[in-house]
Write a protein that binds this ligand. Structure first.
Ligand SMILES: Nc1nc2c(ncn2[C@@H]2O[C@H](COP(=O)(O)OP(=O)(O)OP(=O)(O)O)[C@@H](O)[C@H]2O)c(=O)[nH]1
Ligand SMILES: [Mg+2]
Ligand SMILES: [Zn+2]
Length: 293
């Protein structure tokens, strides 16, 4: 979000600009000044112009690294004050990638949001295939199988959203906006085509937006991002994504990264079968990709 925004006052949307002194602060900051979901303080002029003069404290933040290193690392706040992150993935077109779910799950937990999974495009396979994809990947999240094409699972999904602020995240083309269209019927939402060749959706959602759910609560649609960069990450954060690793008994060393340390209960669990190999492989992959501290 740039220097202007749409504000929801509980009844209507208003276009607002950022007050001058806030722009000065924005130039120095290494992140976006305003994020969708922010609660703001406004000043309304005699002529009816809305200006944002302050931003309230953020209860949660979904944030990703956006280039730069060390002290110069920039971040992007994808959404503020959402309680849940609905990670949308598709069974096919684009193919299901558990590693992406892990990354979003880490970012959500880090920012104080509860991650959930919606496996969309269930119509492109059988129910068994959808169940199997989630089971094989040992995804430790509440997982809802849905299809925006047929409406399958939408009622179940709706139950999870009532009264909460939920941000939709996931790769381009997985069907975030299509799901939103079911949930917020009157919304005027643009969706795009997935090219048959690349299986990648065109970036159809170009900026994040908040929608009001008819049953109460809010949904935030975001553009699909190509790279989910974690930035500085502690090994324990990576472990927290995987149930079997997070719940393993304490290792001999408190700072154990579960790679080769003696007295590691995760490595022992891998031997005994308590930690499934697929979980351990994904843990190692995420650990390597993250700039682990
Ligand atoms: N078969 C099938 N196609 C779907 C389903 N949901 C969405 N699609 C199609 O997938 C394509 C992409 O859907 P979008 O809703 O635009 O995807 P998005 O996640 O919002 O994508 P970005 O805005 O680019 O991040 C469109 O052609 C949709 O019609 C589904 O459940 N089944
Ligand atoms: Mg979209
Ligand atoms: Zn260990």
């Amino acid at each position: 979000m740039g220097q202007s925004a749409l504000l929801w006052d509980g009844r209507a949307l208003h276009e607002a600009t950022l007050a001058g002194r806030m722009k000065t602060g924005a130039a120095k900051s290494r992140t976006n000044t305003l994020a969708v979901g922010d609660r703001v303080e406004v000043d309304v002029s005699d002529t009816g112009r809305w200006r944002i003069v302050g931003i309230g404290p953020r209860e949660t933040r979904l944030e990703r690294a956006a280039g730069g290193q060390g002290a110069y690392q920039r971040t992007q706040i994808i959404a503020a004050n959402a309680q849940q992150a609905l990670i949308v993935a598709s069974l096919r077109d684009p193919p299901f990638r558990p590693g992406l779910v892990d990354r979003w799950s880490l970012l959500a937990r880090r920012g104080g949001l509860v991650p959930l999974l919606a496996l969309n495009k269930a119509d492109l396979g059988t129910v068994e295939e959808a169940d199997q994809a989630v089971a094989e990947a040992c995804i430790p999240l509440e997982a809802i199988r849905v299809s925006a094409a047929t409406g399958f699972g939408i009622d179940e999904l709706r139950q999870h959203l009532i009264g909460e602020t939920t941000v939709l995240v996931g790769h381009s083309g997985v069907g975030k906006s299509s799901l939103l269209r079911h949930l917020v019927p009157e919304a005027d939402i643009v969706t795009g085509e997935v090219s048959a060749k690349s299986h990648k959706g065109r970036h159809t959602t170009s900026s994040s937006r908040l929608y009001v759910l008819p049953e109460g609560g809010y949904l935030i649609d975001t553009p699909g991002v190509r790279s989910v960069v974690l930035g500085d990450t502690h090994a324990s954060e990576v472990a927290s994504v995987f149930r079997e690793i997070a719940e393993a008994p304490p290792c001999k060393f408190r700072e154990c990264t579960h790679r080769m340390e003696p007295g590691c209960t995760v490595l022992a669990g891998l031997q005994s079968g308590a930690v499934p190999p697929v979980v351990y492989q994904r843990y190692r992959k995420l650990l390597e990709e993250a700039d682990v501290l």
